[in-house]
Design a protein around this ligand. Structure first.
Ligand code: IPM
Ligand code: MG
Length: 355
């Protein structure tokens, strides 16, 4: 089969890690008889520098025409002082909205080989953990009304959170279906003791539970969830939550796996076209040094094969290769504890050797 993939390398370490994933995809293509065509488009700070806009029209068109999209990372200190709607991050929100990517899947699991890197006490992670965070990605406070106004005490800023029944239903449906294919446990995380949006969310998710009697649904308040993730992460199977809470909890979940450099993500719409990216940022401090961990991006490519192209065996080949490389003891600098580490390219070579 032939697949057209739009490449959004972005800023910082983005180009290096996307290059790694491209090489791994090419190796998978050679092994399994597929051809991947890659077309690069500008996004983020590099797009601002070249065109004046973080998300050029051509990039949006290219992503909408491709079979799928692979993204590195956007942002950096150079563009941090630009106004909100011109920041590199705005491009990320823009492409999510343009492609209708309302579902964000962020898996976080403890690799047995990386147990020693987990910042949690050994007895807490004795049996590991494997959580799938299903984050709503195109609604809530990220996309609500915002602005500045004159308030009672002078200058004031506001952001608003709103969720419609339709938005809640479609993300919860994805979460129930995901739980059904895993350990059949779904935790819906909200702030229903304070927020109306959370109360509507909670009401709807419980209405829907009747359609999924095989899935055990429970609710958890977000502050408690933040605590439970470090107290006993193994209690979670699938988590479903709003855009903002999912942003925060997924960073927390990533850190307890040992390195944020390991976690992939998939952003999906109702169809098969998705956007795949590591959950980490552009790491400007190590950009261009060839030492970034490419695994999160490589695993994002594996998620693309699974979710956009339904190439189950091919996807698993990448996941298994990464497992083996870690078992063999190979580490990039983020996980080497000061010991000699593999470069981005060497780590990519190792993954390809193990395919
Ligand atoms: C993420 C990031 C983005 C978000 C930022 C860069 C806009 O933190 O993908 O988690 O908040 O969604
Ligand atoms: Mg985030």
């Amino acid at each position: 089969m032939n697949y057209n993939i739009a490449l959004l390398k972005g800023d910082g370490i983005g180009p290096e890690i996307v290059e790694s994933a491209v090489r791994v995809l090419e190796a998978v293509g050679a092994k399994f008889g597929h051809t991947f065509h890659f077309t690069p488009y500008l996004i983020g700070g590099s797009a601002i520098d070249a065109t004046g806009a973080p998300l050029p029209e051509e990039t949006v068109k290219g992503c909408l025409a491709a079979d799928s999209v692979l993204l590195g990372a956007v942002g950096g200190p150079k563009w941090d002082t630009l106004p909100g709607n011109l920041r590199p991050e705005k491009a990320l929100l823009g492409i999510r909205a343009a492609m209708g990517l309302f579902t964000n899947l962020r898996p976080a699991k403890l690799y047995p080989a990386l147990k020693g890197d987990c910042p949690l006490r050994a007895d807490i992670v004795e049996n590991g953990f494997d959580v799938m965070i299903v984050r709503e990605l195109t609604g809530g406070i990220y996309f609500g009304d915002r602005g500045y106004r004159e308030g009672k005490y002078g200058e004031e800023a506001f952001d608003t959170e709103s969720y419609s029944r339709m938005e809640i239903e479609r993300i919860c449906r994805v979460a129930f279906e995901t739980a059904r294919k895993r350990r059949k446990k779904l935790t819906s995380i909200d702030k229903a003791n304070v927020l109306e949006t959370s109360r509507l969310w909670r009401k709807i998710v419980h209405e829907m539970a009747a359609e999924y009697p095989d899935v055990e649904l429970s609710d958890m308040l977000v502050d408690n969830a933040a605590m439970q993730l470090v107290r006993n992460p193994a209690q979670f199977d699938v988590i479903v939550t709003s855009n903002m809470f999912g942003d925060i909890l997924s960073d927390e979940a990533s850190q307890i796996t040992g390195s944020i450099g390991m976690l992939p993500s998939a952003s999906l719409n109702e169809g098969t076209r998705g956007l795949y990216e590591p959950i980490h940022g552009s790491a400007p401090d190590i950009a261009g040094q060839g030492k970034a961990n490419p695994i999160a991006t490589v695993l994002s490519a594996a998620m693309m094969l699974l979710y956009s192209f339904n190439l189950v065996e091919e996807s698993q080949a990448i996941v298994s290769a990464v497992d083996r490389v870690l078992e063999q003891g190979f580490r990039t600098a983020d996980l080497s504890h000061g010991a000699p580490a593999l470069t981005t390219i060497q780590m990519t070579d190792k993954i390809i050797e193990n395919l």
